[in-house]
Ligand binder design. Structure first.
Ligand code: SAH
Length: 187
């Protein structure tokens, strides 16, 4: 029988499905191997658009290959850090997703960092529509991940409850497993 409590990654997809409609503009803040970009491209459809960021050439190449296989062309791949989002995205967005940490099997020194992640989150909050969401999947099993997690937790607490609501979804008896923080814009 299937587990009752949804695991972390399927839960993040459910949230995206709720927040995103066909025709929307959305962001994959960490393309990695391209799975979320592909998922978002399918959610928004031909009339929508996905902006997908990554600082690694390898991530660009594998994401491009996945999109080509599916003949998807409503995605803009951006080989730059997500903290520069406002140089590229000018329209309102309904969702953004971050998979933090490093790409498994790749260079572990190329990882996300609290300061740049938070800069990207606050800039994307400015682009976010009412009831849109920003999802962060937080990987804190490695040293930099622990620092990033603690840095971000302090930042999330500063978000005004009148304009945002912030959820964590975490199996608290699995100490190093990734968990979700989802930010919904209320106004
Ligand atoms: N930890 C996840 C995968 C995370 S992949 C897992 O185990 O499944 C994280 C991606 O973020 C990597 O491809 C990395 O190159 C990218 N990245 C790191 N810093 C970034 C930044 N500032 N902007 C955009 N992407 C970044």
């Amino acid at each position: 029988m299937a587990q009752t409590l949804e695991r972390v990654l399927p839960f993040s997809k459910q949230l995206l499905e709720k927040a995103v409609n066909s025709g929307d503009v959305v962001i994959d803040a960490t393309a990695g191997n391209g799975y979320d970009t592909l998922f978002l491209a399918e959610l928004v459809g031909q009339t929508g658009h996905v902006y997908s960021f990554d600082v690694q050439e390898e991530a660009m190449t594998s994401t491009k290959a996945k999109l080509n296989e599916e003949h998807i062309n409503h995605v803009t791949l951006i080989h730059d850090g997500h903290q520069h989002v406002l140089n590229y995205v000018k329209q309102p967005i309904s969702a953004a997703i971050f998979n933090l940490g490093y790409l498994p099997g790749s260079d572990q020194s190329i990882t996300t960092h609290g300061e740049t992640t938070w800069k990207a989150v606050t800039d994307m909050l400015g682009l976010l529509k009412k009831n849109g969401i920003i999802i962060l999947v937080i990987y804190h099993g490695h040293d930099e991940g622990k620092l990033e997690r603690h840095y971000l937790e302090q930042c999330f607490e500063t978000l005004d409850p009148k304009t945002t609501q912030v959820l964590t979804y975490q199996f608290i008896n699995r100490k190093t497993a990734p968990f979700i923080v989802a930010i919904e814009k209320l106004h």
